[in-house]
Ligand binder design. Structure first.
Ligand code: FES
Length: 108
């Protein structure tokens, strides 16, 4: 099963989860109590509380953000960077095995 590593906002703490293909990075985080990812709207692109920074080595690999995701990212509580994504839109595939994301300082 593909794995995702969630790095804390401190850049030090980390948790690695096995995430079934077809499951979003947000949903796996919420179901497993990963700190720093809220997912308030349940993955419907209506909240931006699932904001993450995709590790530089992985930034080109997930499918690119659609326009509505880009717009919702503008509502994110923390600084938005080039590597910012909404983790509810990062759906696991075998190709993303080993994905690394970092949670931002805050989500609200
Ligand atoms: Fe609300 Fe991702 S969970 S936009």
């Amino acid at each position: 099963m593909p794995k995702v590593t969630y790095v804390g906002a401190d850049g030090v703490t980390a948790a690695t989860l096995e995430v079934p293909e077809g499951t979003s990075v947000m949903k796996a985080a919420v179901l497993n109590g990963v700190s720093g990812i809220v997912g308030e709207c349940g993955g419907n692109l209506m909240c931006a509380t699932c904001h993450v920074y995709v590790d530089d080595d992985w930034n080109a690999k997930p499918a690119p953000a659609v326009e509505v995701e880009e717009e919702m990212l503008e509502e994110a509580a923390a600084e938005v960077k080039e590597t910012s994504r909404l983790s509810c839109q990062l759906v696991m595939t075998g190709e993303l095995d080993g994905l690394v994301v970092q949670v931002p300082e805050s989500q609200v």
